[in-house]
Design a protein. Structure first.
Lengths: 414, 376
């Protein structure tokens, strides 16, 4: 069995860069000091990804925008576009699916691929790895590292070896030579806290860890000690779990209104305009929401939030709006509104849905309708079709669009 | 209080009333006890958690009337472990209760009997009676579909409805499935045209406590409570307030696909299929199986990315169109567990509309409705 690990090189930055190039942006962000993160107009937020030139100025992931600007004042800052990242991630996944039916999405920018090896040699596998890497570069426009081995752990370790745009193998017979000399903190599942403790016992390389007695590690780290000991020896028996689509934790949308909203009907319209985008994103992510929440700020800057667990999970704009409206009405506000936001969370996949009596009668019809509207909007623009209640209302039929949702950070699902 | 009774019958009594004891810590401590009263050659045992109340009368050799409340946990465990001989029970000093057995004795600390809430009283007005075995069978049939999600209390109850003078119906649903059963009463109840919702927990206790024999159970109804009486045992329950779903509306009257299948064969296939449909990693509770209904065979398949996949074929008689549909295997198995006929029929319309399962016994007294899982 051959396992490939495909890891996008500085994913957020290179995805944004290739998208901008495609849009006619004159320079490649990857070649100048640039970062993805925060909101450049508001001058706040943290660095999510950095280019290699930015790294040379000491800019690190997790720095605040302010700190980064201090290190290099001419730094180019771009906002993250999570929808773009999800699309890039999807296309990466689809491309890999052409090679094997066993592809597991490990995070936004990482996939594992299982290739049964009964009749293939290592040479075949290396050739296929190269092919994958080249195709991603030519067809999708970004570079990846490919790690090749017999299990998931070694494949992942291999893809980390040297970046960018490389293919590495790390088969069990190569562990001593390629993995053992590495510092122990490079091992998967050895974090900062574990590293500190290991250093105390003078375990500094993966080789040191591999040769430590497991009993000793168990007394210090409990079961985790045994696990990292196995990992240091390149042993991992976890299986590829295919068809795992990525699901965000929540999807949200909000807007600040430049004037005071006093009429209930106006606030409902704004809420509906916000729900439109939430519904579209939810359906695109193939998720169903189980919780709807509404948050508001009044003209006096008072903040309030109200949420509700739904009887049955949904991805319908109409249904989300109906619940959001109830929530807003329940808040019973005395002051005028200046800010409105909506979130859907506790998302589940929509591939198997247990039907309930409480589901609206025309659910199937409504589903088809909303999916058709999504298609029209994707093809002819977001405002190609909108609800008639917005005609002559002076309100935008789709509002918000600021990404204020909790996305899975890279490598966060283990 | 002073009486003697043999251990076996005493144990049976305390174990019956113990079923009403709740472990909920929000209840007053006195409710963790079993009330015991000796009166005119009878022992009355009572326990309640304010939702359900159980009273059991035993005959005994009483020499002094009186009452007490004993902590259920220790009391029941103790009686269980006592030898099967005559027990002598009497009030001791300091409010303790003395249980003598042979030459030995045990003293238990007791609560004061005055603190124990009286069980609810019922007028002998709204009452009906039916054979115990019919009631128990009906409860067993419908209770499978009741919900255990207390955020929607209505669905944790079972609807009891009497129409046409003597037709008793029980209905339960958790919104994903529904069970319906009816019992024709021999005797017309006195002024009992009603529809009430009883907590399914209470009814399940009733089906466990009463013996499945020839006797009759009498039901008394009051505004917000109900009493079941049989075998010297009285069980009261609070009712659930609110309106039950309109179950008639969700039961389709027409179908386009009807399959007849051997119950055991379907059951065994589904048991195997459900083994391979539990996907722990995806955190889905669904136990999805796909039924592909064709002429003469039904193809049952399930799949788990971690374990593997399964496909079985069982013979069926098909009337109408072929159909592919997904179900939660657990819901189907629950139904097959309570049906005891050799064959069942399943009526279906589309892959998104409910499937109806019925025993083939020509009596048409029960039906089970299961909503499908939408497959992508």
């Amino acid at each position: 069995m051959f396992i490939f690990h495909v890891d996008v090189n500085s994913a957020y930055l290179s995805w944004t860069a290739s998208f901008l190039l495609e849009q006619g942006h004159p320079v490649d962000l990857r070649n100048i000091p640039s970062v993805v993160g925060g909101d450049p107009t508001k001058r706040r937020g943290i660095i999510l990804a950095k280019s290699i030139p930015a790294k040379h100025y000491g800019i690190q992931t997790g720095d605040t925008l302010y700190e980064a600007k201090q290190k290099y004042p001419a730094l180019v800052v771009v906002s993250p576009d999570y929808d773009l990242y999800m699309r890039c991630s999807d296309s990466l996944y689809l491309l890999l699916c052409e090679y094997s039916s066993h592809v597991q999405r490990f995070s936004v920018d990482e996939c594992f691929l299982d290739w049964p090896s009964s009749s293939h040699t290592r040479k075949d596998a290396i050739r296929m790895g190269r092919d994958i890497k080249e195709r991603i570069f030519h067809e999708l426009g970004f570079t990846v590292n490919v790690g090749l081995s017999n299990n998931k752990l070694l494949a992942k370790m291999a893809s980390e070896l040297q970046k960018p745009n490389q293919l590495h193998t790390l088969f069990p017979d190569e562990i001593k030579e390629k993995m053992w000399p590495l510092p122990v903190e490079d091992l998967f599942m050895v974090g900062r806290a574990t590293q500190k403790k290991l250093y105390k016992f003078n375990i500094r390389t993966i080789k040191d860890l591999a040769q430590t007695k497991p009993d000793f590690l168990q007394t210090i780290f409990k079961s985790h000690g045994l696990k990292i000991h196995l990992y240091a020896n390149g042993i991992d028996d976890s299986v590829i779990e295919p068809k795992q689509t990525l699901l965000q934790k929540s999807i949200g949308n909000s807007t600040t209104i430049p004037y005071d909203i006093t009429e209930k009907s106006d606030s409902h319209l704004i809420l509906l305009a916000l729900c439109e985008r939430v519904g579209m994103r939810l359906r695109r992510s193939e998720g169903l929401a189980q919780v709807v929440s509404v948050h508001i700020k009044t003209s006096q800057f008072a903040y309030a939030m109200h949420q509700k667990k739904l009887f049955s999970a949904t991805d319908e704009t109409q249904e989300i709006f109906r619940n959001a409206k109830t929530l807003l009405d329940e808040m019973d506000l005395k002051e005028p509104l200046r800010h409105l936001g909506i979130h859907v969370s506790e998302l589940i996949h929509n591939d198997f849905y247990q039907i309930s009596f409480l589901d609206p009668k025309d659910r199937a019809k409504q589903r088809t309708l909303e999916r058709t509207i999504d298609k029209l909007r994707n093809r002819y623009g977001e405002k190609s079709i909108f609800r008639s209640c917005f005609v002559n209302s002076g309100m935008e039929p789709l509002q918000g669009g600021v990404h204020d949702e909790d996305y899975l950070m890279m490598s966060s699902i283990l | 209080m002073k009486f003697s009774i043999d251990q076996a019958s005493f144990l049976e009594g305390v174990q019956i009333v113990q079923r009403a004891i709740s472990t909920k810590s929000v209840l007053p401590p006195i409710l963790s006890g079993i009330y015991m009263e000796s009166k005119d050659q009878n022992i009355i045992l009572k326990a309640t958690d304010l939702e359900i109340g159980i009273e059991c009368v035993l005959s005994a050799n009483v020499s002094e009337n009186g009452s007490t409340v004993l902590p259920a946990r220790y009391f029941v465990e103790l009686v269980k472990k006592l030898p099967n001989i005559e027990l002598h029970i009497e009030e001791g000093d300091n409010g303790q209760i003395r249980i003598g057995y042979g030459k030995s004795e045990v003293m238990l600390n007791a609560f004061s009997a005055d603190e124990f809430p009286p069980l609810q009283q019922f007028e002998e007005k709204n009452m009906l009676s039916l054979p115990k075995d019919k009631l128990i069978a009906a409860i067993r049939n419908v209770s499978i579909a009741a919900s255990s999600d207390y955020t929607r209390p209505i669905f944790t109850g079972i609807l009891l409805e009497i129409t046409d003078g003597n037709l008793l119906k029980l209905v339960a649903t958790d919104t994903h499935r529904l069970a319906y059963t009816e019992v024709r009463l021999d005797k017309e109840p006195s002024d009992f045209n009603t529809s009430i919702i009883i907590p399914s927990k209470s009814l399940i206790e009733i089906s466990r406590i009463f013996n499945m024999d020839e006797g009759e159970v009498t039901i008394y109804l009051d505004k917000n409570k109900i009493l079941f009486e049989a075998d010297h045992i009285k069980i009261t329950s609070r009712l659930i307030e609110g309106k039950f779903v309109n179950y008639k509306q969700v039961i389709p009257e027409e179908f386009t696909t009807r399959v007849r299948v051997l119950r055991k064969e379907l059951n065994d296939s589904l048991e195997r299929a459900s083994l391979l449909s539990r996907d722990d990693l995806s955190k889905r509770k669904h136990n999805t199986v796909k039924l592909s209904i064709q002429e003469e065979v039904m193809d049952i398949s399930s799949k788990s990315s971690q374990i593997g996949e399964l496909e079985e074929m069982i013979p069926v008689f098909l009337e109408g169109k072929t159909l592919d549909i997904g179900f939660n295997a657990r819901y189907l198995l629950d139904v097959l567990r309570v049906i005891d006929t050799e064959e069942i029929v399943i009526d279906l319309t589309t892959e998104l509309s409910p499937g109806i399962l019925r025993p083939v016994d020509g009596q048409d007294q029960s039906l089970f409705l299961v909503l499908p899982i939408r497959l992508s």
